[in-house]
Design a protein around this ligand. Structure first.
Ligand SMILES: *Cc1c(COP(=O)(O)O)cnc(C)c1O
Length: 372
């Protein structure tokens, strides 16, 4: 699904040198590598504050802690996403409120969010799923009207650009009150281990979050709030610093591969290729995900696997149907889209090193199976 070796080979000298610098300097915890990466990422995103942390799941937890949410507060998020989002809500004893998604973009459905807002709602977590910007402008308007926070889960969308109705543009992760991301190796900006970060333009919230990631300390050995220990490792920061200048080129390579897939697959009646906006910048293709209709998706997965083609089903089970998150509050008819998507979706190999020959081979076998 990804080719991290091919990508490393192209930047090997730079990476090795950056690692060597940290090793010689021995500032393994919160040293210059972490500080430099923080500053460089703030500049890249156009955001006032980046707060590095240990992984994308911690980032979500820390964001919700920083907003001061209390047990019983309701947090709305999408039914069709990775479990980390709902996991941290439940872990903090907040009440997850799962809602359905848009059938074309796979992103959280604004009307469903609106219908789910109650007096207890304190936050909405849109996920920029598969790298495509969630509908931030209507979500922010809704949040303002009801005085609730928006936490962008940007783990899959780093580098994407959202365009507002008036033409103004902003990077995903800089629009909500706070945003989170992950540097898991297969993400668009991947480390060689775990890593994560929070972003915000709010000075006060940034200060709060910096304390929470560091045991609730704002002054050494003074613990003002309950915090956690969540740090971005210095070696990972050094790697990310080398890779950040390549992020736009990496995302362009993903988009180019996506366009080639779409050209080859878009006219087949059993395939729906991914929706994207005309300018294409709103989607950084963390995943390239097809919908397969009137064919056996699982048989296609098995057939492609026999041809040596890896695929992924993201995600095979709706969150509301997961054992850990089931609840009598949820009604199946409220999740019609997600319930259909889990049967239809298939994600193809997507990374920065895909060749035309590989794309041809993959598409040829998909069409062969569907035409048989
Ligand atoms: C990867 C991912 C996370 C979690 O990130 P980790 O760094 O693995 O903890 C959270 N949300 C989404 C949408 C993700 O894709």
């Amino acid at each position: 699904m990804v080719d991290l070796q091919g990508q490393y080979a192209k930047i090997e000298t730079q990476i090795n040198q950056a690692l060597q610098e940290v090793l010689l300097d021995t500032s393994f915890i919160n040293g210059p590598a972490v500080h430099n990466f923080q500053k460089n990422l703030e500049t890249y995103l156009g955001v006032k504050h980046v707060i590095p942390c240990a992984n994308g799941t911690d980032a979500l937890q820390i964001a919700l802690m920083g907003l001061g949410l209390k047990p019983g507060d309701e947090v709305i998020t999408a039914d069709f996403t990775f479990a980390a989002t709902v996991e941290v809500i439940a872990l903090l004893q907040l009440t997850p409120v799962l809602v359905d998604v848009d059938p074309d973009t796979f992103n959280i459905d604004v009307a469903a969010v609106e219908a789910a807002i109650s007096p207890k709602t304190k936050a909405i977590i849109p996920v920029h799923l598969f790298g495509q910007a969630a509908p931030m402008e209507p979500l922010m308007a809704l949040a303002k009207k009801h005085n609730i926070f928006v936490v962008e889960d940007n783990a899959q969308g780093i580098g994407a650009t959202y365009t507002f109705a008036d033409g103004r543009q902003a990077k995903t992760g800089t629009i909500g009150h706070v945003a989170t991301t992950s540097f898991f190796p297969s993400k668009n900006l991947g480390a060689y281990g775990d890593g994560g970060a929070l972003f915000t333009n709010d000075d006060q919230l940034a200060h709060t979050l910096r304390g929470i990631v560091n045991h609730g300390m704002y002054q050494r050995y003074h613990h003002d709030v309950v915090g956690v220990n969540s740090r971005l490792d210095a070696l990972q920061a050094a790697i990310l610093n080398v890779k950040l200048p390549y992020l736009d080129a990496y995302n362009e390579a993903r988009k180019a591969a996506a366009i080639k897939y779409t050209e080859r697959l878009q006219n087949h009646p059993k395939i729906t290729t991914p929706h994207r906006e005309a300018d294409c910048n709103s989607h950084v293709f963390h995943q390239y995900t097809l919908k397969i209709k009137e064919a056996d998706r699982d048989a296609l997965v098995a057939y492609l696997n026999e041809q040596g083609i890896p695929t992924g089903v993201y995600y095979p089970i709706p969150l509301h149907a997961q054992k850990a998150y089931r609840d009598a509050r949820y009604k199946e008819h409220d999740f019609e889209i997600t319930n259909a998507l889990v049967q239809q979706v298939i994600s193809l190999p997507m990374h920065t090193e895909l060749t035309d020959a590989q794309i041809d081979y993959i598409c040829k076998h998909i069409l062969q199976f569907l035409n048989a």
